[in-house]
Design a protein around this ligand. Structure first.
Ligand code: GLA
Length: 407
């Protein structure tokens, strides 16, 4: 992570070459891969709480807790080990784990014995973001190793590939650098497919170079659309805003990833946690919790396991929500659901205790006519939304309503 921070300035310029005219043709779509991630992946990842300190025991505890808290029953399936599990390569190039993870196969077996799946982390460069061994030159070997352990999910993080390969091999040629990056992700996807094991492929390159345009064609099941999320409102709201316009790229098997959940982390208020979780559901985002599961407070568990909100995220149509309109500090988002239902989310993004000017809902702007009856997914109550209705929300809070039969 620290290494990544120092890299980020040097590579900022890359973020600007997203124009379609500079986008090299994406590789052709490949045939019939095993069907994974038909709805956005749900699970838990070690990074947001443990970062580089994560150990084998933390992963086992997380698996135990996913079961004990009811999160597994709510749909959380993947236990993902992020960076810092890697050791050294031996003379044959085989990567070994470090002392924090004495036996990865045994750990994977343990996670599987709980009815869960297990994920791991690497990158296309010589080093990961944390400075551990990456997969450069060992892609097929690493993919086979993951499969032999029983790994079900790979997060593949760009990091050192930028200075060590892209900038070294193609200095001052951003289109060529981008081709190298796409080829690197393509190579790992082929290596994963060659194992014959269904493995979710998660691209982490921070949303550069219109990744949503080329990631599905190289087998990406999800791709980060942003830099790293932080457990504060500023970060979460900035990420929500950046997602407007990306809905058309998401669908079953291939999802925009606005980064993992910070629900229960940092100093997020309950309203902020609710809005964060609701909006990830509206965005059809992967729901990868990143909190301290053994010490989870009941109110955080209630948010992470709200079945109605999870059902929005996991809706089988897989149509990501869009921002319908904003009125001052209040934003209205909608998401079309299977069976003709509609989810409406109204956020007060302002910093005042209550929105600083009266907000009146426009149903016309949502394409709706007349009163709309639905369920408030946080109170569980039936509500009727009417045109021009005054709505007052506390700061950073959300009203999330599912309308089963919108008119
Ligand atoms: C990058 C990624 C994070 C995390 C760290 C690990 O910063 O974006 O999600 O994986 O690397 O080093």
């Amino acid at each position: 992570m620290r290494i990544f921070a120092s890299l980020s300035l040097a590579v900022l310029a890359l973020a600007s070459f997203t124009a379609a005219s500079q986008t090299p043709a994406a590789p052709k779509a490949r045939p019939a891969a095993p069907k994974v991630a038909l709805t956005p992946p749900m699970g838990w990842n070690s990074w947001n709480f443990f970062a580089e300190k994560v150990t084998d025991k933390d992963i086992r505890d997380a698996a135990d807790q996913l079961v004990a808290t009811g999160m597994k029953d709510a749909g959380y399936t993947y236990i993902n080990i992020d960076d810092t599990w890697e050791g050294e390569r031996d003379a044959d190039g085989v990567l070994h784990t470090n002392a924090k993870f004495p036996d990865m196969k045994a750990l994977a077996d343990y996670v599987h014995s709980k009815g869960l799946k297990i994920g791991i982390y690497s990158g296309p460069g010589p080093k990961t973001c944390g400075g551990y061994a990456g997969s450069l030159g060992h892609e097929a070997q690493d993919a086979q190793l993951y499969a032999s352990w029983g790994i079900d999910y790979l997060k593949y993080d760009l990091c050192s590939f930028i200075p060590e390969v892209m900038q070294k091999q193609a200095p001052n040629d951003k289109a060529a650098q981008m081709r190298l990056m796409i080829a690197a992700y393509d190579k790992m996807d082929k290596a994963l497919k060659a194992t014959g094991r269904p493995i979710v492929f998660s691209l982490c390159q921070y949303g550069w170079d219109a990744v949503w345009e080329w990631a599905p064609a190289i087998g990406g099941n999800l791709w980060r659309t942003t830099g790293d999320v932080q457990p504060n409102w500023g970060s979460i709201y900035a990420i929500i805003s950046e997602q407007a316009g990306l809905a058309k790229y998401a669908g079953p098997g291939h999802w925009n990833d606005p980064d993992m959940l910070e629900v229960g982390n940092g100093k997020l208020t309950l309203a902020e946690n609710r809005t964060h979780f609701s909006m990830w559901a509206m965005l059809a985002a992967p729901l990868l919790a990143g909190n301290d599961l053994p010490n989870m407070k009941p109110e955080i568990k209630a948010i992470l396991t709200n079945p109605d909100v999870i059902a929005i995220d996991q809706d089988r149509l897989g149509k990501q929500g869009t921002r319908a309109y904003a009125d001052g500090e209040v934003e209205v988002w909608t998401r079309h659901l299977a069976g003709g239902a509609l989810a409406v989310a109204i956020i007060d993004a302002g910093a005042e205790r209550y929105s600083s000017h009266p907000f009146h809902l426009s149903l016309t702007k949502l394409g709706l006519h007349g009163p709309q009856t639905g369920k408030d997914l946080w109170t569980g109550k039936t509500v009727t939304l009417t045109d021009n209705q005054a709505i007052e929300l506390p700061t950073h809070d959300i009203l999330l309503v599912r309308i089963p039969a919108p008119k």
